[in-house]
Design a protein around this ligand. Structure first.
Ligand code: DC
Length: 675
């Protein structure tokens, strides 16, 4: 997949509509591991499809679990506690929810059954601490070796010889760095309870308790009932003797409550009387981050909800600044920091030290990026304070670093609502490496753009005009792909009209008759194919004779007029690359970048010749030259919308350029103009 270097989000104005969120990462990866360890087959519904779950699935497959996809359901056949594969190297990307529990489970299995496994990840994964978990595993007598720096992955667990684990003493684990260590032990220890119960004793104040609740909840679904002391339920956890995973048969993964926070914020910032409706997760959620709803309400959001749904409208505006201990909602709290840009004072989020050991140092990252938008930020070891820009004129157009952290990208996209805080002028937000959202929410930006409204004039358009066979089409589609923009091939509309004219047997010089057909064009683009009245016309559109006829009918102003509205409809978030003859001059005269592409007629004839030959169509260079000259003549000299560069167009002669050089030239011009 090509990595889109950045995504420009134009100023957003309001939000309403329905969004169905992808499954929770935390639940997905816990369920996958439990199903992978259990005996029997589990049908997993609504599993999140993301980088982190793919990493877990690949690991389970390498360990010998059976995986079978059946539509939206994944059937996982577990190993039933016995290792079919005793040696493997697992690459776990940047997925903490895979690294920690797999380390614990494999350490246990490798020790008891004589296996040896290596676990590694991306460089950032090797900077995320795991020492407290390793210490706990060593107390149990599991051989664990650091392969890089002590305290961090990569790791080797087991050394190939079977040995008992020592479960006489309670296992002590720190609870104040990451709750994932405790989760990892809770998920792994049922593998070692054949002879006696095991108790885990938590040292230090346990953070992120709600994630432990998710773990306990899911363990119960897989037949493991953890015993706790009602007087002090977070201090110790006992796995009874004879605990054994049993598949529940089927299990549904809730949508991600942390992901819901962006849409709750969307409603709080930009909701209208028609709410932002969130589906897949609701007030009955087992995920702690659902408590974000209370925080959003405290800032002014109007939130209603039930089982599996939430509806959010804007309440107080500006939002109300709050001071909040965020220990219970560590991930969703990041969203509050961005909402702080829209508050009536300073928002202070405390008890968030765990931010520093996540995908990136989130306190430092958040502080740096909110400042770019014009906010004033104070950071401390375990807190952050956000004050909105001092006045509407203090907002800035930020170029936002995302640090390979999905939540940074999703959070900071909310800064694009600055027009609602009066930012003058409204500021776009440039999100670098936007595809990092794939970690948990691959279609995040599509979902955002599906709900947000924007002033049409703010949707960026890159107009690429030029004569026939100048390479516009290839250039335009490549630029669109690299920017994640929509593409308008306006020539295709004229060509489709030409086909309709042919089919109807209409006289091409009869302007009114052709315009009548153009206005009723039933044209649809789907997965790179074009359909006219339901019929696939992709190849017919490209024929030389179709192009010639298109050129002839395009001289009629009534025809151009009939196709005008259709072309404007292509202007959609996050932006449009429009390719044609009059994109910069007539259809999108306000486009912030206009490129006029030229190449000598000889170069163009050669390119067209090669193109036709490569498609197995016989071609003659001389007749192509003559044809191109005639077409240029007609396109340039017609009375309406003649082919000519817009006054403010960038002229690009690509005669001596490769496709890639042309694309780079356009992207460079775009970068210069935008920010
Ligand atoms: O770009 P193309 O070769 O597919 O275009 C076919 C014809 O359509 C072209 O010769 C002129 C006409 N056209 C136009 O007049 N205005 C446009 N925006 C696009 C194409």
């Amino acid at each position: 997949m090509y990595a889109i270097p950045f995504l420009d989000i134009p100023p957003l104005r309001s939000a309403a509509g329905r969004v169905r969120l992808p499954g929770s990462k935390s639940i997905s990866n816990r369920v996958l591991l439990l199903a992978g360890l259990a005996a029997g087959t589990t049908a997993v519904h609504d599993l999140l499809d993301s980088d982190d779950t793919r990493v877990m699935l690949a690991a389970l497959e390498a360990l010998g679990c059976g995986l079978r996809r059946d539509g939206a359901v994944l059937h996982v056949t577990g190993i039933g506690g016995a290792l079919p594969v005793k040696q493997a190297r697992l690459f776990l990307g940047n997925a903490g929810t895979a690294m920690r529990p797999l380390t614990a489970a494999l350490a246990m299995l490798a020790t008891l059954q004589g296996g040896e496994f290596e676990l590694s990840g991306v460089p950032r994964m090797h900077e995320r601490p795991i020492g407290d978990l390793v210490d706990a595993l060593r107390q149990l007598g599991c051989p664990v070796q650091y392969l890089g720096n002590a305290g961090y992955p990569p790791l080797r667990v087991g050394h190939g010889r079977a040995a008992p684990v020592s479960t006489h003493e309670p296992v002590r684990v720190r609870g104040d760095v990451s709750s994932q260590f405790l989760t990892a032990l809770l998920l792994a220890l049922p593998l070692a309870t054949a002879d006696r119960a095991i108790t885990i004793a938590v040292e230090g104040e346990l953070i992120s308790k709600p994630y432990i609740d998710i773990t306990l909840n899911l363990l119960a679904r897989f037949g493991i009932v953890v015993e706790r002391d009602p007087a002090d339920p977070w201090a110790s956890f006992t796995l009874p003797r004879g605990s054994q995973y049993r598949s529940p048969g089927a299990i549904h993964v809730e949508a991600d409550a942390s992901s819901a926070s962006y849409f709750v914020a969307l409603g709080a910032l930009a909701g209208t009387e028609a709410p932002v409706r969130i589906e897949g997760v609701g007030l009955d959620s087992i995920q702690g981050d659902i408590r974000f709803v209370d925080a959003a309400r405290a800032m002014g959001a109007r939130v209603e909800g039930g089982a599996g749904w939430l509806e959010v409208r804007r309440g107080a505006w500006p939002l109300k600044a709050i001071t909040l201990d965020c220990n219970h909602i560590p991930d969703a709290a990041m969203t509050l920091a961005v909402m702080g840009l829209y508050a009536d004072g300073t928002t202070r989020l405390t008890n968030i030290a765990s931010w520093r050991v996540k995908e990136t140092d989130r306190i430092a990252a958040m502080a740096a990026e909110l400042r770019k938008m014009g906010g004033t930020v104070v950071e401390g070891p375990d807190f952050i304070e956000v004050t909105p820009p001092a006045s509407p004129a203090h907002w800035r157009a930020g170029v936002i670093h995302t640090y390979d952290d999905h939540r940074m990208a999703m959070c900071l996209s909310l800064a694009a609502f600055n027009a609602l805080a009066g930012a003058t002028p409204p500021r776009p937000v440039r999100i670098l490496d936007p595809q990092c959202v794939a970690k948990t929410f691959p279609d995040y930006f599509e979902a955002l753009f599906g709900l947000a409204t924007v002033a049409e004039a703010d949707i960026p358009v890159i107009a690429i005009d030029g004569p026939t066979a100048s390479g516009k089409g290839t250039l335009a589609s490549e630029v669109a792909r690299r920017l994640g923009y929509a593409l308008l091939d306006s020539g295709a509309l004229y060509r489709a009209t030409a086909l309709a004219v042919q089919q109807a047997g209409v006289d091409p010089s009869d302007a009114a008759a052709v315009a009548f057909l153009a206005a009723r064009l039933d044209l649809r683009f789907d997965a790179g194919r074009a359909f006219l009245a339901g019929q696939d016309v992709t190849d017919a559109l490209r024929l030389e004779e179709t192009g010639s006829l298109a050129s002839r009918i395009s001289v009629h102003s009534a025809v151009r007029h009939a196709l005008h509205g259709l072309q404007l409809d292509f202007r959609r978030l996050p932006g449009l690359v429009a390719d044609g003859r009059d994109m910069g001059t007539v259809v999108f005269p306000g486009a912030p970048l206009k490129v006029f592409l030229t190449a000598s007629v000889e170069t163009r004839a050669t390119r067209r010749h090669n193109q036709l030959i490569s498609r197995g169509i016989p071609a003659n260079i001389d007749s192509l030259l003559a044809d191109l000259r005639a077409r240029d003549e007609r396109d340039q000299n017609r009375a309406v919308a003649p082919l000519k560069p817009a006054e403010d167009a960038v002229l690009l002669d690509n005669s001596g350029m490769s496709i890639d050089e042309g694309v780079e030239a356009v992207l460079e011009a775009w970068n210069k103009r935008r920010m």
